[in-house]
Design a protein around this ligand. Sequence first.
Ligand SMILES: [Zn+2]
Length: 543
Amino acid sequence: MEQVKLYDTTLRDGMGGPGMSLSVEEKLKVVEAVDGLGVHFIEAGFPSSNPKEEELFALLASVELDNALICAFGMTRRRGIAAEEDEALRTLVASFAPVCTLVGKTWGLHLEKVTRVSREENLSMIIDSVSFCRAHGKRVVYDAEHFFDAWEDDSGYALECVRAAVAAGAENVTLCDTNGATLPAPLAAATAAVVGDVGDRVEIGIHTHNDAECAVAGSLAAVDAGARMVQGTINGLGERTGNANLASILPALQLKMGHECVPADRLRLLTETAHFVDELLNLSPVASQPYVGRNAFAHKGGMHVAGVQADARTFEHVDPELVGNSRDVLISELSGKGSVLSRAEAAGIDLDADAAKRAVERLKEREHRGYHYEAADASFELLLRREAGEYVPLFRLESFRVITEKRADGRVETEATIKIWVEGQRHVRTAEGNGPVNALDRALRSAITELHPHLSEIELVNYKVRILDEHQGTGSVTRVLLDSSDGRDSWGTIGVSENIIEASWEALVESLEHAFQPRERGSQEAPLEALRPAEELAGRAKG
Ligand SMILES: [Zn+2]
């Protein structure tokens, strides 16, 4: 079967929803994760529409990806000016990205009511803009906005817009169901008509939104009708009801429709990647999400379990392992023994069979308490180190105390005191902060960086709190995720407790401890402290 390319727009269209916000470092992590999945194109956003995007593009220019090409997104030129005079288009072609994705109007209603551009002028805007990008050596994907509504309204003009982009040199024209209104059958019919008209000269892509809950179905129907590229977002993120969900489209194309999209070993990263993106956005992965959800292959008792044991096909639509999910009711995909071993190996940790077994048990028990390690790689690694006997504690805690005082004049003051032991010496530090976590962080750092100056470069770049009320019994627990960076690497840590300060403390300590651990390989040197006698290392009960 023919190859179908995947085009990820999580970082542009996917960020349209309320509360969707990622730092530049997090966006880079998304790019790397999506690239790891084997996706062919990654749309990174508008180059330099703001400083954050500018920074992202600068970073991306220096990152080497395995599979994906970065696409810079922009619009057709403004009306009444030449393409080369359009500031946004000039910025677009100046970007390092080898692919420019241009969006333009297709629907008469929009031309009349929104942009007030004549149909003829719109066609020249498409031609000029695509030609301009081509003249600057860019590959061009042309997104025909509102294509299916336009087709319904005036199929002749919609087709003219597509032909204009093709004539000007676009290598792909993507038909967009921007309002998410179109059902699969008419969408497939319109796609087939376009493929019939220009399919010998250009690749046709599909981009759908989920307003009628048909984004995935519509995308698959378009592929059946001849589309060879699918645009979408991880987990269907996006404004309103979301975009087409690549986490469902990819396995459907590959496992059910026989299209070759990504190598089989990449497809196995699907579940992990989908959860990783949710975690970065501080969203709980949806347990019932097809293919990647925790419940997607969970069977409840009786006949189902017996059936699955006799032959999995009796109750399972695909083999869960092919998408990196699991039939066992594992708490997460990380708690399988295979992934524990491969993580350990990647981190240079020697885990024997017994230690691996203990790590899996510990992981399950902790996940049950609310720990999720998808976005807390450093805490995961520390857990493995503890089981492998390779964990080096940074200090031993005697106690900490935080005082927050609100005054009559409205001022709030916070002070933290910590008492810790390092190499047989007691250190007491007090610090003020703009909040309890900040004060604790300062007190801890003032002690630690004096002893280990190399840890002073570490910065906390992100602090996320989520209340988990899914854990009954003692009531809700608080989960804190921290991202730290030393300017070269970044890592995530987690803390869970009924008490937000305690959860934050745990994540703070692990952030520093991660940087402190001796590394067998990699660029970091093993700190001298790793050579301390073992008895001094015996210490903290809990990490
Ligand atoms: Zn869209």
